[in-house]
Design a protein around this ligand. Structure first.
Ligand code: AKG
Ligand code: FE2
Length: 933
């Protein structure tokens, strides 16, 4: 069956449900040769979640482009005439991984350092080879990421013939045509005229081989909306060897080329300062300086606070002036002889960025458990299997730390007891300026104790008083690590300091929520005493806690511990919704016996009395976790129902306040309560529960999803509600269909939306629901407008191509003859879990087949209800609609007819009809010159 889609002709693959990718071939003859021979298009080759993940990742790469190695990032330009002048405009942005391709020289340049192929891109290659889109022997090892903003494209070229064929290009974010032809004519600006255009749908992969790869040129006309493509190619053997060899001398990221100033050679040379300003890695420098000694701002926190990055140059200038102020002899003698280099490597930054979106990976710098070390996470996100480069970076870092420790030992500081963290690399448990610590000290002269303090809570960087001793202790605290005990001499006094705890605050919920500002929906925890054992509670467990609400902000940890002893232990069922959600989340982050301050942002508040509270602020409590009781297997249905109703009500409160994100969370959790509970129900009872609670919850979540423009979710939810509702009446159906239609309009699913509106109108008439009919009219108008706009945009985008023609011909047969690799279940790959977790959290119902494990009751056949509404006032609109469709079909048929005629009479490309093809003479495409890219 051929389907007419906006001017393109397409034969849809016959067996869509087959998991193995089925490509489509193309036919377009020039001089008797199919110039598209070797071209294969695989639709939906990459699934939406991987796409979303990669687009995120690419955006992050662009944001951090300054930190990328050498020539990884490029901004292309193109020139257009503007009046009498030629004006250069910014074109697409390009990221190159694996090797650098010099567009001017048309060659792979191994002297230009670029980033190695990252796991994210290898992941896409795995996906493509697993699914059989690319043969394994053609596994690419280099990738060009093209980021096209609206208006940019790529000019006609044949990909450099040094790259073995086939190679491929994956499309993300939007559909775009790709033009093909042995002759492509410039039309001015960055526009081109080409004989044929092929539609590249979002998430497809286009594999180029044969004539299409080697002879026919291709170009991407200026795109209407942002598009990203990944061009994967395999390097020729000689280039691979050259690049591998050259890579050994490429700098390993700029992060390690830090300013290295020593006390002996102070101040740092102009040269090193200047090179640093050119090449700033300011987080690292900020951290370096902090660990060195100065009370500087902590620049690496800017991301957390959401403040805009300061002007880097000004920032560095200010840092250097502050360093100068501190320069010897103002620098304390006991500070290290060289500024401590503990660079956060590029790798660790990537990993911590990745981790920041995951709930449970944010425990940076706590005491390492026996079975896990977060340092390992820091160093590349892997527990084993470091790459060679990682090992070098790690060794360097270790050497730097050891040098630092050595310097400390040589100085006047004696380390009485080493830190309790199990290895050297835990820079994160060193207190940073502004953080609270708990420490004890004793100052003595000979046998006589001059002063002492036990478990004092202090903020590092702000000694409580100005006396020499406080200042000295404060200075030393900055260099200490948790669990460490030191002794040093100061002005004839011996001072011993022991650092018990670094009260570092950490977020325990997602640091970045797509819906809310950073503070919203977050729970934070500040640990005052370590816990024991490995396990932390999970949802569904019950924990026994002592809670002291709103503890005094400046209270001593011991005082808090004492006050908590007075509180009665109480049970909290995690996930029951009885406590405020942020508090429960905070508990999830604790271990047995731990004492912590947990704070939840206002997002999770619940009014005490009930529904009306309109604003609430952060809530804080001191908590001691006494016991973790693992979850009971099955909550009773009554309990589950009560909890779900309560959650639904609370969701309603948030929705009423316009806090859709919070409402969605609560509604979703309410639904989750039915997971285990409904098995035991009789059919009738289950139907009631579904009609009463599940269906309204689904529809409520759909409203929330709409508010955040999650139209895919919205559509899925309304569909589910429609299916689940037992004996739905016409009024319900009318409303539900309009809502689904609205979602489908936003998803540009025109035909489906139209069908829904028809159904909604029918049902509305049956139920005599005039307001719904109004809604139908509104949506129909919206549908019509948006569809027209889309068609207009398409027409514009295809301008320049003579034939917007995709004659997609099946390459494989329905019967699997075994010649193609069979799709098999891919082994879990790197990042799979992260992607899954992220998306599961967003759309749990799509990933959990048991989400509503509720059988459908046998349906009652519909009793047609008597139509009450006499007049069908939608008739005219439908007529106009269908006429429009018909007109469009005719135009497309005409276009196709023209093309066929052209094809028959214009085979030599002279443009004159009725001429016989000349054969060979000058027109043969094999004699065409083409540029290589
Ligand atoms: O963006 C595309 O899909 C094509 C890119 C391309 O042709 C190239 O990188 O060589
Ligand atoms: Fe290309």
């Amino acid at each position: 069956m051929k389907k007419n889609i906006g001017g393109c002709w397409e034969i849809p693959p016959r067996a869509v449900e087959r998991r193995c990718l089925r490509g489509s071939g193309f036919v377009f003859f020039e001089d008797g040769t199919n110039i598209l021979e070797g071209l294969t298009l695989h639709r939906e080759a990459i699934d939406a979640r991987l796409e979303a993940y990669l687009v995120d990742w690419i955006d992050e790469q662009l944001r951090n482009r300054k930190a990328l190695l050498g020539a990884t990032f490029l901004q292309s330009t193109y020139t257009v005439p503007e009046g009498k002048r030629l004006v250069t405009r910014k074109g697409r942005q390009v990221l190159q991984y694996g090797s650098y391709y010099d567009y001017r020289e048309h060659a792979i340049d191994s002297t230009q350092p670029v980033e190695e192929m990252p796991a994210q891109l290898n992941r896409v290659i795995d996906e493509l080879t697993h699914k059989g889109a690319l043969p394994r022997w053609a596994r690419p090892d280099t990738c060009i990421v093209n980021v096209y903003e609206a208006g940019s494209g790529i000019s006609p070229h044949v990909d450099d013939v040094v790259y073995p064929r086939p190679f491929c290009t994956v499309s993300f974010l939007s559909d775009s045509p790709i033009f093909f032809g042995t002759r492509i004519t410039p039309l001015g600006g960055n526009r081109f005229g080409a004989p044929v255009a092929v539609d590249l749908p979002r998430r497809s992969v286009l594999v180029l081989d044969g004539v299409a790869a080697n002879v026919t040129k291709h170009c991407i006309p200026p795109v209407n909306t942002r598009r990203i493509s990944l061009t994967f190619r395999r390097m020729p053997e000689h280039a691979r060897r050259a690049v591998a060899e050259a890579r050994l001398s490429w700098p390993r990221g700029r992060s390690t080329t830090l300013l290295r100033a020593t006390v002996e050679a102070w101040p740092p040379s102009e040269e090193s300062r200047r090179s640093h300003l050119r090449n700033p890695r300011w987080e690292t420098v900020g951290e370096t300086l902090l660990s060195a000694s100065s009370p500087l701002p902590a620049p690496h926190r800017r991301a957390r606070r959401g403040t805009p990055p300061p002007d880097e140059r000004a920032f560095f200038v200010s840092i250097f002036s502050q360093i100068k102020a501190l320069s010897p002899p103002a620098l304390p003698v006991s500070t290290p002889a060289s500024l401590f280099l503990a660079p956060r490597t590029r790798n660790s930054r990537r990993v911590s960025n990745l981790m920041s979106s995951l709930r449970w990976k944010l425990y940076l710098g706590e005491e390492a458990d026996e079975a896990e070390s977060e340092d390992e996470d820091y160093l590349g996100g892997r527990s084993s299997g470091y790459t060679h480069d990682d090992m070098i970076a790690r060794t360097k870092k270790l050497a730097a730390v050891e040098a630092f420790e050595e310097a400390r030992r040589k100085g006047l500081v004696e380390i009485v007891r080493p830190p309790s963290h199990r290895n050297h690399l835990a820079a994160s448990v060193r207190p940073r300026v502004g953080e609270e610590v708990i420490f004890s000290y004793r100052a003595s002269r000979g046998e006589e104790t001059l002063a002492s303090g036990e478990r004092i809570v202090a903020r590092v960087g702000s000694p409580t008083n100005d006396d020499r001793r406080s200042v000295a202790i404060d200075r030393e605290l900055r260099d200490m690590r948790r669990g460490e005990k030191i002794r040093f001499e100061d002005d004839g006094t011996t001072i011993e300091v022991e650092l018990h705890v670094v009260c570092e605050e950490r977020a325990v919920t997602r640091a970045s929520s797509p819906w809310a500002s950073r503070r919203d929906g977050s729970a934070r925890k500040r640990r005052l005493e370590c816990g024991r054992g490995l396990p932390r509670p999970t949802w569904g467990d019950t924990v026994v806690v002592r809670v002291l609400e709103a503890p005094p902000a400046d209270a001593h940890a011991d005082a808090i511990a004492l006050a908590l002893e007075e509180e009665k232990p109480r049970e909290v069922a995690l996930g029951s919704g009885v406590e405020r959600e942020g508090f429960e989340t905070g508990l999830l982050a604790m271990k047995r016996d731990e004492l912590a301050i947990v704070s939840a942002s206002g997002e999770f508040c619940r009014s005490e009395a009930g529904e009306e509270k309109t604003s609430c602020s952060e809530w804080t409590a001191a908590v001691r976790l006494l016991e973790i009781r693992k979850k009971r297997e099955q909550p009773s249905i009554e309990e589950a129902e009560a909890v779900a109703r309560d959650l639904k009500r609370r969701g309603g409160v948030l929705a009423g306040m316009g806090r859709w994100r919070g409402a969605e969370a609560l509604y979703t959790r309410a639904l989750r309560h039915f997971d285990q509970a409904t098995f035991a129900l009789s059919d009738g009872a289950r139907d009631n529960l579904e009609n009463d609670l599940v269906v309204p919850l689904l529809l409520n979540i759909a409203v929330c999803a709409r508010k955040r423009a999650g139209h895919q979710d919205e559509e899925a939810l309304v569909t589910k509600a429609l299916r689940l509702r037992h004996a739905p009446d016409a009024a319900f159906k009318a409303k539900a269909y309009v809502r689904r239609a609205a979602a489908r309009v936003d998803l540009a699913k025109w035909d489906e939306a139209k069908e829904d509106l028809q159904l909604a109108a029918d049902n509305a008439k049956r139920a005599d629901a005039k307001p719904v009919l109004k809604d139908v009219q509104r949506q129909l108008a919206r549908l019509s407008d948006l569809r027209k706009a889309e068609r207009a945009a398409k027409t514009k985008q295809y301008a320049g191509a003579k034939a917007a023609f995709c004659d997609v011909v099946e390459v494989t047969d329905d019967d699997d003859d075994g010649s193609r690799p069979r799709a098999h279940k891919a082994a879990p790959l790197l990042y799979e879990k992260e992607i899954d977790d992220r998306l599961k959290a967003q759309k749990p119902w799509e990933y959990d087949p048991d989400y509503h494990k509720i059988k459908h009751a046998p349906r009652q056949p519909l009793q047609p209800e008597p139509a009450v509404l006499k007049e069908d006032n939608l008739k005219d609109q439908y007529k106009a609609f269908d006429e429009e469709d018909e007109k469009h079909d005719k135009a497309v048929a005409q276009m196709r007819q023209n093309w066929v005629m052209n094809q028959m009479y214009d085979t030599n490309g002279t443009g004159r009809r009725g001429m016989k093809p000349k054969g060979g003479g000058g027109g043969s495409m094999f004699e065409q010159s083409f540029t290589h890219l």
